[in-house]
Ligand binder design. Structure first.
Ligand SMILES: C[S@@+](CC[C@H](N)C(=O)[O-])C[C@H]1O[C@@H](n2cnc3c(N)ncnc32)[C@H](O)[C@@H]1O
Length: 312
């Protein structure tokens, strides 16, 4: 299965329909953020193990930089979404204040609810911020985590430059972008032409490029994240890729996520997919069909997410 950005990002582009020349937030009322929020939350929950591993890695890197988990006092989660990862950061750095910033008040409310439920509310605060305009207003931090957000900003290098300014000496900027797109079905699924999901992935890349090109202030850059971090004035501290590997048979939650992703592909990739592939997607999305993704035994979820870290 494919996404435009490596992370489960088919939703990103769909979420941003109609707001391409504006900031994120109040000026894109066509987005059903409630529906999107639930999707973001479920997707992030599937990835909790990867983020736990990544946080452990970052804790080690901070120690090497002379800023241990016990001394890190302020963390930023920029573009935090519903806060699944914010809470994991708060757990990894129990002494620190974790500031979750996002353009969407509704998502920030979810962050607060989650922090309360998970017992870390005392450490988590939320901040509404429109990016890139508010990048300079977030304050400094020992660790800035930003997951699948930078690609929503027209000038990705400028965004990294601004974030790098906010990293305290010895601290880290950790950028999650790309990796390997999720896979969820065999090459030949016994329906339509084999290789459907590779074609969906290619279509998503086209749509992702179109999405980026329509962003305000779009600036094309070689997406070499370590080099971009270095250009922002940071010392590359490492790049690691983490697997999320849920083998078949999947549980109901993971299946629901796949159904959601394929639905979004069906809705948004029509112009790039053949009628045959569209029809195959319809069968995969049929809740009652034994060949549908909610029922077939061979559905799995496998993806790799890359984290790039730069040190101030
Ligand atoms: C794909 S979600 C990622 C959420 C979370 N970081 C994760 O990895 O699960 C992108 C998030 O960035 C936020 N976002 C995107 N563009 C933004 C902008 N220009 N200003 C503020 N927030 C933005 C969205 O509201 C959304 O919560």
């Amino acid at each position: 299965m494919s996404t435009p950005t490596g992370h489960d990002q088919a939703h990103d582009d769909q979420a941003h329909r109609g707001q391409t020349h504006h900031g994120h937030g109040t000026d894109h009322g066509d987005i059903d953020w409630e529906a999107m929020a639930a999707h973001l939350e479920r997707e992030a929950e599937l990835r909790v193990p990867f983020v736990e591993e990544a946080v452990a890695w970052l804790r080690g890197l901070l120690l090497e930089g002379g800023c241990g988990p016990g001394t890190a006092s302020r963390l930023l989660d920029v573009g935090c979404g519903p806060g699944v990862f914010t809470v994991l950061l708060a757990r990894g750095f129990p002494q620190a204040e974790v500031v979750a910033a996002d353009g969407e008040p509704e998502l920030l409310a979810r962050v607060r609810d989650r922090a309360e439920r998970e017992g870390v509310a005392a450490n988590v605060t939320t901040r509404q911020a429109q990016l890139p305009d508010d990048l300079g207003e977030l304050g400094s931090a020992d660790l800035i985590w930003t997951s699948n957000v930078i690609h929503h900003l027209g000038d990705q290098q400028a965004a990294l430059d601004a974030l790098a300014q906010a990293v305290r000496p010895g601290g880290l900027l950790a950028v999650v972008e790309r990796g390997l797109s999720p896979r969820c079905l065999p090459r030949d699924i016994g329906l339509g032409r084999p290789g459907l999901l590779s074609r969906v992935e290619a279509a998503n890349e086209e749509r992702f490029t179109a999405m980026r090109e329509a962003l305000a202030g779009h600036a094309r850059v070689v997406e070499d994240w370590p080099a971009m971090l270095a250009r922002a004035g940071l010392v590359p501290a490492g790049t690691r890729t983490f697997l999320t590997d849920l083998p078949a048979p999947l549980d109901t939650t993971a299946r629901a996520h796949l159904h959601d992703r394929l639905s979004r592909a069906r809705e948004t990739l029509g112009e790039w997919l053949s009628p045959e592939d569209t029809s195959t997607l319809d069968t995969l999305l049929d809740d009652d069909d034994p060949q549908g993704v909610l029922r077939r035994p061979d559905a799995f979820y496998l993806t790799a997410t890359t984290v790039h870290a730069g040190r101030a």
